[in-house]
Design a protein around this ligand. Structure first.
Ligand code: FE2
Ligand code: ZN
Length: 417
């Protein structure tokens, strides 16, 4: 997307159409009644669901034209404008919307869809944290999530399918992308703007070269790994575009880091505890150019205690630096994780055809390849797009095509120490 230059208020309004407290979702239960209580308003919806909304929350979250606009998140009132003891004077239901009148005459109107999707008690909070990854092992290769390019780029249901497979499996293949060089950027643009890095540049051509700086540019096997685990913000989505493959060797290997995390949590809780709490360090040094380092747990957990990111690249693991009494158990735990990464039960082996593309969540799924003859002309193009840009497009497309999933909490990726 191009940078927009706004010259007047009307330009801004044309670009960010005013929405008030509305989402534009049709099939939400309407508000049927509202009752003002001590500190909150109790709102009933058709079908019998009831949600409580705190007075100060309602006043602060008013996005009327005087208060702000959720279309772009711009707001004019802040929490210090809201008195803790403020309470609405009246609550009325008008055409399925909730209308509140405040002391001083301010009026807030909450669309039923906005209110329903922002409820934070009871089943509402549970619904938003209901997303779960579909974890997989070697068998994924038998029925690999794949979307044809024509569907993936349709701007509608096909594209949403692509996004949802990437969200749920952490990997999705696009078939029939074509082998033209410019297709790499068109493919990347489906999920967001390309993230340039020192190691890969903007678009990286993975081909065997006589003098290779990275292992990728040889014919050697590459064990499955996370790209650039040494960066504070490790690349988000790997975009692979296969132009030429070999008929022998050069198989792609994929491993689901969440599946390994799940298995270690079940088999060895003490190792899981170490991998989720003790920082490991990664390093990449290009002498005379850069010395990039990161510290963080191998398995990141989210606020609900669930894996939300994996950060492990065996060949870039820095000398461990932890409390001496943790050194042996930490090595044991890392070794357990690494053994499962190369355990055939966990490794899905796939032949990627020329003209195909692959999207991989680099905070979850690891990628590698088997050895191949470096003279065979194998050529893969690679670039990266941040995960937040991907999730941003997924939510926006979902809002109209699959509204009940547009506001689910998604894993925010590997965290830093
Ligand atoms: Fe890689
Ligand atoms: Zn307002």
């Amino acid at each position: 997307m191009n940078v927009e230059h706004h010259h007047s208020t009307s330009d801004i309004e044309a670009y960010n159409p005013f929405q008030g407290n509305r989402l534009g979702i049709d099939d939400c239960p309407v508000v049927t009644s509202a009752e003002i209580g001590e500190r909150s308003v109790s709102v009933s919806f058709a079908g019998g669901v009831r949600h409580e909304f705190h007075h100060q929350w309602l006043r602060h979250c008013c996005y009327c034209e005087a208060c702000g606009n959720p279309a772009d998140g711009i707001r004019f009132n802040t929490v210090i404008d809201v008195d803790r003891e403020m309470a609405p004077m009246s609550a009325a239901v008008i055409d399925g919307d909730l209308e509140l009148r405040w002391p001083g005459g301010h009026v807030s109107t909450f669309g039923t869809d906005w209110l329903f999707h922002h409820a934070y008690d009871g089943a509402a909070g549970e619904r938003r944290k209901s997303w779960r990854p579909i974890t997989w092992r070697a068998e994924l290769a038998d029925d690999f999530p794949t979307v044809p390019w024509a569907d993936a780029s349709d701007g509608g249901a096909g594209q949403l399918r692509l996004y949802q497979l990437l969200r749920d499996y952490g990997i999705v293949q696009v078939a029939g992308l074509g082998s033209e060089l410019e297709r790499t950027e068109e493919f990347a643009a489906l999920v967001g703007p390309i993230h340039e890095t020192t190691v890969y540049g903007r678009i990286y051509d993975v081909r065997a070269e006589p003098i290779a700086k990275l292992g990728a540019k040889t014919g050697m096997a590459q064990a499955s790994h996370i790209d650039d685990a040494f960066a504070y913000s490790q690349p988000g989505i790997d975009i692979f575009h296969c132009l030429v493959n070999t008929s022998e060797g050069g198989m792609s290997t994929y491993v689901d880091g969440f599946a390994i995390a799940e298995s270690i949590a079940a088999d060895d809780p003490a190792a899981y505890e170490l991998l989720t709490t003790v920082s490991i360090a990664h390093i990449r040094r290009h002498p005379g150019e850069m010395d990039m380092r990161n510290r963080g747990p191998l398995i990141s957990l989210d606020e609900f205690g669930r894996p939300c990111g994996i950060r492990y690249f065996d060949r870039a693991l820095a000398p461990p630096d932890c409390a001496p009494e943790l050194m042996d158990p930490l090595y044991d735990a890392i070794r357990l994780y690494n053994q499962r990464m190369v355990d055939p039960a966990f490794v899905a082996v796939v032949r990627v055809e020329p003209g195909s593309g692959m999207l991989i969540d680099n905070h979850r799924a690891m990628h590698g390849r088997t050895a191949f003859d470096p003279s065979a002309g194998r050529h893969i193009r690679l670039c990266h797009v941040p995960r937040d840009e991907f999730h941003a497009r997924l939510r926006e497309l979902s809002r109209t095509l699959d509204p009940t999933s547009h506001d689910l909490h998604l894993p925010q990726g590997s965290r830093n120490a």
